[in-house]
Design a protein around this ligand. Structure first.
Ligand code: GDP
Length: 209
């Protein structure tokens, strides 16, 4: 079975203090309405695993999904939804930043962006929080079914060019509507977990040492 098809809901947390103490995490972040819930549902081949919200940005909590073997997908709250009061928005942006900067369990960030307008100011803010960690970033440009071939090439080029200096960044197109790009996300996230698990094994003390 593919990695994402085994994905199950684990828990919801509302506070950084309540994050699980163990496990390896790959976080999915994105602007409200970018298509993050749809992407998670498409990857898992499950129509309502991550709720596709009718009122984007309302759900300000962190959902944990489980791949098994203590590997988790962390669905972070969508940022930038205008209808949320500014004070609450800033509060959540701060929490997201802190999580991205300091969470030791986090091994990589999947940044979901609408392929028609990637790298908004808040996307850049999230990247600013995360890039100093040196951990890998995978940019998933969603709703690619809305672009023609020329626009697709341009969208990829824009993101690649912007981060040409950061060695651990990859970019792909994705469409939940057409179910395109699933294998590529699987490969990237699967490789992150495999590398992190190999490192953990190397670091485990041997008996008698
Ligand atoms: P989230 O707020 O980032 O979780 O975004 P959602 O997954 O709720 O999607 C926001 C809107 O974009 C919904 O109306 C979805 O149906 C639509 N959408 C999401 N992914 C795609 C896609 O790949 N193609 C198209 N055409 N629409 C999409």
């Amino acid at each position: 079975m593919s990695l994402f098809q085994g994905l199950t809901f684990l828990t919801t947390v509302n506070d950084l203090k309540a994050l699980p103490p163990d496990g390896l995490e790959v976080a999915f972040a994105g602007r409200s309405n970018a298509g993050k819930s749809s992407a998670i549902n498409t990857l898992a081949n499950h129509t309502r695993l991550a709720y596709v919200s009718k009122t984007p940005g309302r759900t300000q909590h962190i959902n944990y999904f489980d791949f098994g073997q203590l590997r988790r997908l962390v669905d972070l709250p969508g940022y930038g939804y205008a209808a949320v009061p500014e004070k609450i928005r800033l509060h959540w942006q701060g929490l997201l930043g802190k999580y991205l900067e300091t969470r030791p369990n986090l091994i990589g960030l999947v940044l979901i962006m609408d392929s028609r307008r990637p790298l908004t100011e808040l996307d850049r803010l999230m990247l600013d929080f995360f890039m100093p960690t040196g951990k890998p970033i995978h940019c998933v440009l969603t709703k690619a079914d809305k672009l023609n071939n020329q626009e697709k090439t341009q969208a990829l080029r824009t993101v690649k060019k912007e981060f040409a200096d950061y060695p651990h960044i990859t970019v792909q197109l994705f469409s939940s509507l057409k179910k395109q790009g699933v294998d590529e996300v699987e490969q990237v996230v699967g490789a992150w977990f495999a590398a992190a698990m190999a490192t953990e094994q190397d670091e485990e003390p041997m008996d008698g040492e």
